[in-house]
Design a protein around this ligand. Structure first.
Ligand code: COA
Ligand code: ZN
Length: 303
């Protein structure tokens, strides 16, 4: 079991993409600059997608160019196609997060691409990125189940992981896009993936749609996963997946690991202060637990 985990914040991408109101760019920049100083390993800043598909992130260039680049923090952006890759490279992102769906029906709904078409698109993107310093990650949506097709079977996931590695993509994110995973399934799949491909770097991207986000993160950790996507306050959800809700909550995840004695590198009180401010930015309540209850070492006067 790992003794250190890496928390990768996705609130300004996964969280903001489905907010009902546009979040002004200057609020996004201030939030990202505050997050960058809490010890998080990576920030998924935005996505370079079609502004018609994801209108809330139509300011990707402006945000990416305005933020501070804090040393030690990796700045990443989601990219669905070659055009997105060109835009991301022009903003000097550290990492491009390619996205595809393990299921064809979700891929067609979200990206207008089957898995096979996404893989072809990835090859074209890699050709564009060749010779640059940018790191490449691939996110595999619906790894643990698709809202249209149900369970996909481990064989399909193994074959897609093999194809990604064959393209030279060594960073792979296993996404539970609509919170369909359960802890036993997560632990089993993660163990098999880590055993078969120890050279790959896997991330778990959990959603808390059915209240299993933390349990699934713990199951992945028990299998040996060290990297976790999470969203401040638990904000998030895929706009092209029915019933999708927020990611596993960053401050709750950090709190769990720190209480277990597993280092996250994150300053939890600082992260909680940023989460408190996020409520004012989005103008609604956030589902995070620790934000409401305080940390487990909070003490009350008797009576
Ligand atoms: N950045 C900006 N604009 C883009 C773009 C990109 N990466 N990719 C496509 N476009 C524009 C095209 O220029 C075109 O614009 P026009 O209508 O003004 O000519 C329009 O989008 C349609 O282009 P097309 O290539 O036909 O794309 P599409 O309609 O098949 O859409 C995607 C495909 C992938 C671009 C689109 O579905 C998308 O951006 N999806 C985002 C999915 C997402 O982020 N989901 C949540 C995260 S998992
Ligand atoms: Zn997600």
């Amino acid at each position: 079991m790992p003794q250190r985990v890496y928390i990768q914040e996705v609130v300004t991408r996964d969280g903001f993409q489905s907010e009902p109101r546009f979040i002004p760019s200057e609020h996004k920049v201030a939030l990202l600059n505050a997050l960058a100083r809490t010890g998080l390993a990576k920030l998924e800043v935005t996505s370079f997608t079609s502004p018609k598909a994801i209108p809330n992130l139509r300011d990707a260039e402006a945000v990416m160019r305005a933020i501070d680049r804090v040393a030690g923090v990796e700045y990443c952006a989601l990219v669905p196609n070659v055009k997105g890759c060109e835009r991301a490279l022009a903003c000097e992102v550290d990492e491009i997060n390619l996205v595809m769906s393990a299921s064809d029906s979700h891929g067609l709904a979200n990206l207008r691409m089957t898995a096979e078409q996404s893989l072809a698109q990835f090859a074209a993107i890699l050709a564009v990125a060749e010779g640059t310093q940018v790191a490449i990650n691939a996110s595999l949506s619906t790894t643990f189940g698709c809202p249209f097709e149900g369970a996909l079977g481990e064989a399909r996931i193994f074959s897609l992981v093999e194809r990604l590695l064959g393209l030279g993509i060594a960073r792979i994110t296993l996404c539970d896009t609509t919170g369909m995973a359960n802890p036993r399934q997560v632990e089993t799949l993660c163990r098999q993936l880590l055993t078969r491909w120890p050279q790959a770097t896997f991330t778990l991207h959990a959603h808390d749609t059915r209240g299993l986000g933390l349990a699934n993160a713990l199951a992945a950790f028990n299998a040996g996963i060290e990297r976790f996507d999470a969203s401040l306050g638990g904000l998030g959800g895929c706009p092209y997946a029915p019933g999708a809700t927020g990611n596993v909550c960053s401050e709750d995840l950090v709190h769990m690991f720190e209480q277990m004695g597993v280092a996250t590198g994150v300053d939890l009180p600082a992260l909680l202060r940023v989460a408190e401010n996020l409520q004012a930015i989005v103008g609604h309540h956030l589902p995070g637990y620790v934000l409401r209850a305080g940390t487990a070492d909070r003490r009350y006067a008797p009576g």
